[in-house]
Ligand binder design. Structure first.
Ligand SMILES: [Zn+2]
Length: 383
């Protein structure tokens, strides 16, 4: 099973670009953490992600597995970030990268440069809230103008994209009114936010009315273009209010999307794996991944994948790395996911729960088949 899954092409349906410069050790370690702050006297290598990185990545750069962090970073510097990215992203068997361009986009490679550096084709996923912030920076004269300019700009940005993404969980939590706000309400909220931006009282978009408006404008685009809306769930930066980011709290919106015929992909999901799996079971439009948690759980990734596999339908699971900044996270995401999926399926085969041929069908669906279907992508040539 390990060889079979190891050779499958993957569609990485949620990832980010790599940082476009060489990194010193503090800079590298900051990108190994979702907290981004150093712990005095301690190292980010001293955790499951660090162990997995030093086990899997050194051989790709010509070192033995379990290299010392200093030696690894030294060879990384010698090779340069472009060569390191080419090796690590080009070597992990990913067929297509679906790249979220809405987070710190000034610091990382865009999809075109990711493809140029790695040789892996990429497509864009547009972040709804980032587009509203972009429009607000152009200083529209009123909330009504902001609303109209946002609708135009989102349609324009999504024309070449394969999906939209929302980080509503970060900005307001899921614990909000989930209906579509009336136009007058949106315009008043826009007036208020523009005034707050002007006075410095507000910086980023956190207004629930405007975010709800963005979700429904986005939903209509997803419906018309036939592509999914991704929702961030759970694990991520420290500014997520975790208890209110259980995806079952967002059930009314998910149900409204099912009625509209909009596919929802729940990203990361940890620690709400069972809640996400249940949503995938009961809503026809919900898909799930275990992205990011593979890298952060490292050696325990098989347990994470097994937890999703215990309930989520096989036709509802997709792969993502959620790699951000470091090419290592792209490489490890693919490697850890393949090994974990193979381990779970091999265990089921050994117990007589399924035949090898059926296990191969399931692996193909999760590795690329489901993502190709919902994102409207061609099947990988090597499939
Ligand atoms: Zn992400």
């Amino acid at each position: 099973m390990k060889d079979f899954v190891g050779a499958l092409p993957l569609i990485d349906h949620h990832c980010h670009g790599v940082v476009a410069r060489d990194l010193d050790r503090p800079g590298f370690e900051a990108l190994m953490s979702e907290g981004h702050r150093p712990v005095p006297g301690c190292s980010q290598f001293d955790k499951p992600l660090g162990l997995a990185l030093l086990r899997h990545c050194p051989p790709v750069l010509g070192l033995a597995p379990h290299a010392e962090p200093g030696d690894y970073l030294e060879i990384r510097r010698t090779l340069g970030f472009e060569e390191v990215s080419r090796r690590l992203i080009g070597a992990n068997g990913v067929d297509t990268l679906l790249i979220d361009t809405g987070h710190r986009s000034d610091a990382i490679f865009d999809p075109a440069r990711m493809t140029a550096i790695s040789g892996v084709p990429s497509r864009e996923v547009v972040r709804i809230e980032a587009v509203m912030e972009e429009v607000a920076r152009r200083k529209p004269a009123s909330g009504a103008e902001l609303r109209k300019a946002f609708e135009e700009r989102l349609a324009e940005r999504s024309a070449g994209a394969v999906g939209l993404k929302s980080i509503v969980a970060y900005r307001t939590t899921f614990d909000i009114d989930q209906s579509e706000p009336a136009e007058a309400e949106v315009d008043a909220a826009g007036d208020l936010w523009l005034r707050q931006l002007d006075s410095g009282e507000a910086r980023r978009l956190e207004n629930a009315v405007l975010i709800r408006h963005g979700l429904y404008v986005g939903a209509r685009l997803c419906r018309d273009r036939g592509f999914p809306m991704q929702l961030h769930v759970g694990f991520g930066d420290r500014d997520v209010m975790m208890p209110k980011c259980d995806p079952t709290v967002f059930l009314p919106f998910i149900e409204a999307m099912e009625t509209m015929g909009v596919t929802i992909t729940l990203l990361h999901c940890w620690p709400f794996l069972r809640e996400a799996a249940w949503l995938a079971e009961v809503f026809s439009n919900v898909y799930v991944d275990t992205g990011v948690s593979q890298n952060f759980t490292g050696a325990s990734a098989p347990r994470v994948v097994a937890e999703m596999m215990e309930l989520a339908p096989f036709h509802k699971q997709v792969y993502s790395s959620d790699a951000f900044g470091l090419a290592e996270l792209h490489y490890m995401g693919a490697r850890l996911f393949r090994d974990a999926l193979a381990e779970v399926l091999a265990g089921w085969i050994a117990r007589g729960d399924l035949l090898p041929q059926r296990a191969e069908q399931i692996a193909r669906a999760i590795a690329f088949g489901n993502a190709c279907r919902i994102y409207g992508l061609p099947l990988p040539a090597s499939a």
